[in-house]
Design a protein around this ligand. Sequence first.
Ligand code: NAD
Length: 417
Amino acid sequence: MADTSLNPFMRAQQSFKEAVETLGVEPGVYEILKQPMRTFEVAVPFIRDDGTLQVFTGYRVQHNDALGPTKGGLRFHPDVNADEVKALAMWMSVKCALLGLPYGGGKGGIACDVDQLSEGEIERLSREYIRAVSLVIGPDKDIPAPDVSTNPQIMAWMVDEYSRIRGENTFGLITGKPLVIGGSEGRVEATGRGLVFATRQLAKEMGIEFDHARVAVQGFGNVGSVAASIAYSMGAKVVAVSDKDGGLYNAAGIDVNDLLEYKRTNRNLTGYPKAEPIGNRELLELPVDILFPAALENQITADNAQNIRAKIVGEGANGPTTPEADAILFDKGVMVVPDVMGNSGGVTVSYFEWVQNQSRFYWSENEVNQRLQEYMSRAMAAMHRMHERYGVTLRKAAYLVATDRLAQAMRVRGWLK
Ligand code: NAD
């Protein structure tokens, strides 16, 4: 059976529709949330190294600012298009509202292939993008951050360009910056760390001891390698990990620190001598307690959901489970920490970075991690309450928490009359 191919924008709309119906709130809530408040499409001209001028298309989408300024990453990827950016902005609204952050959802990007650009070209393109959207972003309007193929260096060029336009240092414009210009301790690890916090809490509620659990991790990048490393440091047995070139399996457990060292030296996982090779499909179907899909979207589908043997799927990636697979996992009793909860550690520490920038007072890594744990724990509890009250999946429960908060804000602000 093939999965229904909803595009991500339609998927996000459908989720808000179901939440509004379940909560029984004003239909106007859906009418407002079903599309972004503002969508900007901009032409971004820049000079190539050979002196020619090229123009790329850029986007910035602000979904809903009832709870505060909009917030969300910037991605540089050839597939960036208006519908994708709109869907990602809607998901950011859900994450921010679920986590109780004073933000709405935003997102942006440039349709480009960074592999074809030199460092100088990426810098000029980044600065031109900021010029193109400078009127509509700002620390109290819309706050970008890194996403696919953007990084702290790009954030640094962008905040520099904006500060030049404004004539004053404006570090609160953007998060995910290098530490020396107002980045936050713990930001790089925040998504993987938050994923572990959320999954550990759910495991505890289910009577599974996370610290002795068997864990498989798909994707060994920023999110997956940090989640694997923290789980390992807590005592969990990480039996399998993978990246785009394939996976590794050791039933007795992999020493994640040793593997990270191997990857640093060899640049990928291939040939690691202390584990056997395993395919990505096999990894997903291993008999483990916890599976972290932390690579790509659409990995657990109607085709393989029936074979998933994990007790908990903790989603680090955005959209790794399709709606049909979600229903199959629910029927099988597999609990899913949904992406909007599982990977929200990144935006939460981005919020902490912005607070530190606005107050010019910087926190230790310990303080950041402690506050992250508090925010994740509160959001997990709110999601769990909705799950029990309405008997729905944790994903639907996450949308119920978020939609309820957005509805309350819009109601008191007088948007629904
Ligand atoms: P990354 O580029 O650092 O890592 C991605 C990893 O996935 C790499 O190890 C890559 O080799 C692997 N991969 C690619 N194709 C694969 C395949 N077919 N099978 C197995 N592994 C494969 O990216 P990241 O920042 O870790 O992001 C991973 C996911 O988490 C994405 O969906 C991203 O949108 C989401 N996410 C990331 C953050 C963050 O803060 N980094 C925040 C929220 C969501």
